[in-house]
Design a protein around this ligand. Sequence first.
Ligand code: SAH
Ligand code: SF4
Length: 460
Amino acid sequence: MNVYDSERIAEALKPLKYQETSDLKRADLVIVNTCAIREKAEQKVFSFLGRLAGLKRKNPDIIIGVGGCVAQQEGEKILERVPHLDVVFGTHAISRLPKIIQRVEIKKCRIVDVETITTIDEFEAVRDSVDEGKVARFVTIMRGCDNYCTYCVVPYVRGGERSRNPEHIIEEISGLVDKGLREVTLLGQNVNSYGKKQGLCSFSELLYRINEIEGLLRVRFTTSHPKDLSDALINAFKELPKLCNHIHLPVQSGSNKILERMNRKYNRQQYLEKVDKLRRVKPDIAISSDFIVGFPGETPADFEETLNLIRQVRYDSLFAFKYSDRPNASASQLSAKVPEWEKKVRLQRLLDLQEDITLKKNRSLVGSTQIILVEGFSKKQSSKVRESRPPADLQWMGRTSTNKVVNFFQDETDASGNEMLTGRLVHVRIENGFSHSLWGKPVHVEPSAIVWKGVESDAA
Ligand code: SAH
Ligand code: SF4
């Protein structure tokens, strides 16, 4: 969500006279986008903002702004806490940002805008000014959340659930495909309740429509709330060729007592039944999840139930977090808080268990051939592999349909030839499985049957 919002902030600012720079010291305008989901994320915001004081001392004309969820949550209070800050803008103020910046330029004043708009016009707008050439992107299909999980700040900083019009979503994705998009991830706090509140089409109907978009190769979505995972959506995994073979299905805890205290509205059994259904429809579907450890009242026995659930489901990957109290979220009022050191120990045990499962799963893929969509050059090179190759070799990175990162070298002597591979589907024979990625050798590059702005081409 934040990556998407940061892109929207950058797009909104394009008409102003500023140019992007990667050198903070040369900036005349600094916008910090923020996340309030956990206390640690919020602390990082304030320490980063603190470090910007030096920039303001050197260049008093610099404009420093902070947006996103922390801005929405704290509003004016941030101006008091950060004296060198010029602008605080909330989660609904992105389209107003250019005007705000212009006012600060002229009037040299400080501005706070944390108004929540009542219309959804801004959010409905179809993005068409994005840069070309990005293979995989997020597209927001809904905003906000009505679920009020007791630990969560989202309903307070992002507001209630609003779904975007399907026509606008289709138009936006089609436009992005013309600019090189091949894989879209539909984004929302709870995408599978898409459309219900406003009586729009259902989420699975939306997926069927997106599946028809010519030139688009893959569709993903995140996040799904287990309570809203319908049979129609489960069946879509079987029926829609573009729908990737992966679902992120956050469970948060394996203990029914804790799930109830979290207000998750499902129990362990119901969750496991959904996992079974998914695997009956798609036996090799990859499943990932989110976990919170140390929720108030979580006993060692509750935590063991969480570990057992992980052993039972055998996730492909997961994110796990230490519980942190959030302003407004009702769990902050709950007693029986788990001490910080205990949360740390539990988190490490959980991560160790999953690392073992992920590693085994990734190693079991050695020898198989996976079709990956190449996103670009790989940032990190595995040191073992790097030593055996000349530095000039190109290392590419892509993902399997199951969302596993695969790195490989392009070699003129093998099937990958010397073409640009970004946006292409490459068949890679897996030679090594690590805990966060796979390594392989390309054996075939699919001809691209992509229509680029009306021109049929077979090499993108
Ligand atoms: N809407 C998504 C999640 C959004 S937040 C969903 O319902 O799954 C992403 C993750 O952050 C959550 O799944 C949860 O695991 C974690 N999280 C949210 N609030 C938290 C808190 N107060 N402390 C620790 N982790 C939290
Ligand atoms: Fe937060 Fe729960 Fe909504 Fe997810 S579903 S955003 S965790 S309130």
